[in-house]
Design a protein around this ligand. Structure first.
Ligand code: FBP
Length: 697
């Protein structure tokens, strides 16, 4: 066979047009790299200084005060601009420093800009200052794996997503041994300050490091990152200090674009329900934002389900003079019924398709699953402590783990002593599908968090939904509504009188645009039987047109499952995240240059226009509280959950019925469009933030 390619392939590779087309450098990349984010007004002055702000109050946890004495007294600090300070101030400000920076936890778009902000401010203050990047997360500090960052490396990553420049990791610096190694690294590099760009657990790390390195005069600053959006800081009076972590907006916009495309596809092909699991390990901020962005038909919010109270159970128990504790919080079965209700109602108006958004961590909001997670955490931690070994290494396969649980249940039965795992737990656990049992027994991450991204949450929920839909279908309660006009046309085409058959076939023939087949008609046999008993047919066959209407009325429930997680985490940042994270970097340097430690860099008023943004330092110590992790109480930064009283949630709730669109009118999908860097193409900040700001003002 002769090739049609003129000349050799080598010539073609050398062709400038081919070179351009196969190059890694795209016009979008060039544009991103050269974009200079605007800076908050305080940074346009040559210097910044810090002012303690007495407007904020924190209820300090006793344990936090005991474990973090050096930083617990820190206050909120406002970063202010300064034109011409005294000599002494200038001397300190311009000091040559060695600063180390590390990414910790899952990637979040904007991380590179935090580094660019620190780099620009530090080099401007003193070109001899060195910025080191620790590689692959906190392990890089422990193992002294660092690279000095220079302008070409920093420039290559400006306004780009991921944590590629340094990579990341989830190691926790939680032992005296690791802490000693960190100190060795700091000594070897003559460190003045360490910056931890991370989520709640990583900022917890930052607080403990700040405490430990205080004597060595090494400053530690945290930066609030996570796509999950669960680092939102308020003081004890509810005053907002940090409305959102960086990375959230980008991930939400990336997921929203994809999910909105599915809404378009689904409402074109009208045959699938798209089941979209969206990241967010515990809190449902991402799901809520994506719901607001896309108007998907059903968006579940974990916090909402956890808050559910079954009034009918409460009343029944009250009448019987008892208390029904199961009336509080939602069960898996109840949740599946709720979803089915939406599916059935849409089908009744001819829409046997739609989009559902399920937050990754939703199972934590479900009563019985929460109970399993807590019990299994305690059992595994107890096993590790008693045997001084690792549960997962000792019981590598599911069957071994289950056998261990069975043994515990047997011991309980034989000894009669109240135990954490009894036979009832065992029975309930055996009822759940094997892949989910395996998920519940997977290893916790290094911070003791349950790894929801490893569990097929959507499969668990949709399995129950499908089972119940099958039951409804058999009972005649799940039907596709047939448009009256279509019914009449179909029968008329065969020369039949629609009004003759209509009352026998449909339960609502006298009203409504969509006709619903009678519940008793669940097969061709029952169809014939009904028509016979209504006197529509006698010995003859059911007319073909009527059979066609019957077939169209019986739904087939088809799903496509999608996971929106890692893709959005790696997306290039929105303009909001570019500007936000760059200014966070500048704030970090201001905190370092002014001697702060144990503080988290933040921008106040993110929910308002850029002109109102105020860089601040938030004390991390006072934000810490005790939480159960791996069966032990540990001091950690509190995750912020979706506030069900917030304007954003209330507005979402008010639109829920409209977006379900279980009526004859068109769907209400919204097309947010892709994350674009140039041009007016997107909201300039998360919708949740804007709604909250409008609702509170
Ligand atoms: P962070 O809290 O570290 O920002 O990570 C959040 C997250 O993206 C969650 O949404 C998700 O559950 C988890 O990371 C996935 O973790 P992993 O990268 O270990 O699979």
């Amino acid at each position: 066979m002769t090739s049609n390619i003129a000349g050799s392939i080598q010539d073609l590779i050398e062709n400038p047009e081919v070179k351009k087309l196969t190059d890694n450098i795209t016009p979008e990349l060039m544009e991103r790299r050269s974009y200079q984010p605007p800076v908050c007004s305080v940074f346009s002055l040559p210097y910044t200084f810090l002012k303690d702000n007495a407007d904020y109050r924190f209820d300090i946890d006793k344990e936090a005060a005991r474990q973090l004495p050096r930083i617990i007294g820190n206050k909120v600090q406002s970063v202010s601009g300064l034109d011409s300070p005294d000599e002494n101030f200038m001397g300190n400000y311009h000091e040559k420093r060695n600063i180390g920076v590390v990414f910790s936890g899952g990637p979040a778009p904007g991380g590179h800009n935090v580094i660019a902000g620190i780099f620009d401010a530090a080099k401007k203050s003193n070109p001899d200052t060195k910025l080191y990047g620790f590689l692959e997360g906190p392990d890089g500090i422990i193992e002294n794996e660092a690279i000095e960052l220079d302008v070409s490396r920093v420039d290559a990553y400006r306004n780009l997503g991921g944590f590629t420049m340094l990579k990341t990791g989830r190691t926790k610096i939680n032992s005296a041994e690791k802490m000693a190694k960190v100190k060795e690294t700091c000594k070897a590099l003559d460190m003045d300050a360490i910056v931890i760009i991370g989520g709640d657990d990583s900022n917890t790390n930052a607080a403990f490091l700040a405490q430990e390195l205080f004597e060595e005069k090494i400053q530690v600053i945290g930066v609030p990152k996570t796509i999950d959006g669960d680092i939102q800081v308020k003081d004890s009076n509810g005053k907002i200090l940090c409305a959102m972590s960086f990375g959230f907006h980008t991930a939400a916009r990336a997921y929203s674009n994809d999910i909105s495309n599915l809404c378009t596809d689904g409402s074109s092909d009208v045959k699938y329900w798209h089941i979209c699991k969206v990241m967010g390990r515990v809190a449902s901020h991402l799901a809520l934002e994506v719901g607001l962005q896309t108007h998907a038909n059903i968006t579940l919010v974990g916090e909402d389900l956890a808050d559910y109270v079954d009034q009918s159970r409460i009343e029944k128990a009250r009448a019987e003079n008892t208390v029904d504790y199961n009336a509080y919080g939602m069960t898996l079965r109840h949740l599946s019924r709720l979803i089915c209700d939406g599916i059935v109602r849409r089908a009744a108006v001819g829409k046997n398709y739609g989009t559902i958004i399920i937050p990754e961590g939703i199972l934590e909001s479900i009563n019985e699953i929460q109970m399993f997670i807590i019990k299994l955490n305690a059992i595994i931690s107890d096993y590790n402590k008693t045997h001084d070994t690792d549960f997962h290494s000792d019981f590598p396969v599911l069957e071994d783990k289950l056998e261990y649980l069975r043994r515990l249940a047997r011991q309980f039965r034989e000894s009669g002593v109240i135990a954490i795992w009894n036979e009832r737990d065992n029975d309930l656990f055996n009822d759940i599908p094997e892949f989910f049992q395996e998920g519940l027994l997977t290893e916790r991450d290094s911070h003791g968090n349950f790894q929801f991204s490893k569990v097929e949450t959507d499969r668990v929920i949709m399995g129950l939904v499908m089972d119940y839909l099958d039951i409804l279908k058999e009972q005649g309660g799940y039907r596709i509504g047939i448009q009256r006009r279509y019914y009449r046309k179909t029968l008329a085409k065969e020369g039949l009188d629609p009004d003759f058959y209509g009352p026998a076939l449909f339960e609502n023939y006298l009203q409504g645009e969509y006709l619903i087949l009678k519940e008793s008609i669940i097969s061709l046999k029952t169809l014939k039987h009904t028509l016979e008993s209504e006197g529509c047919v006698h010995d003859e066959e059911v007319p073909k047109a009527v059979e066609k209407i019957y077939n169209l009325s019986i739904p087939v429930f088809k799903t496509q499952r999608h996971f929106y997680g890692y893709d959005g985490r790696g997306n290039d940042p929105t303009r909001f995240d570019c500007i936000y994270s760059y200014n966070l970097g500048l704030t970090v340097f201001s905190l370092i240059a002014n001697g702060a430690t144990g503080q988290m860099a933040a921008i106040k008023n993110l929910e308002h226009d850029f002109g109102k943004w105020e860089p601040i330092g938030i004390p991390i110590g006072p934000l810490m509280h005790l939480e159960e992790r791996k069966g032990k109480l540990m001091l950690v930064l509190e995750k912020s959950l979706v506030d069900l009283d917030s304007p954003a949630f209330r507005i979402f709730e008010a639109f829920r019925e409209k977006w379900l669109a279980a009526d004859a009118a068109a769907d209400n999908y919204r097309r947010p469009g892709p994350v674009r860097f140039a041009g007016k193409s997107e909201e300039d900040r998360p919708i949740t933030l804007v709604l909250n700001a409008l609702g509170l003002s």
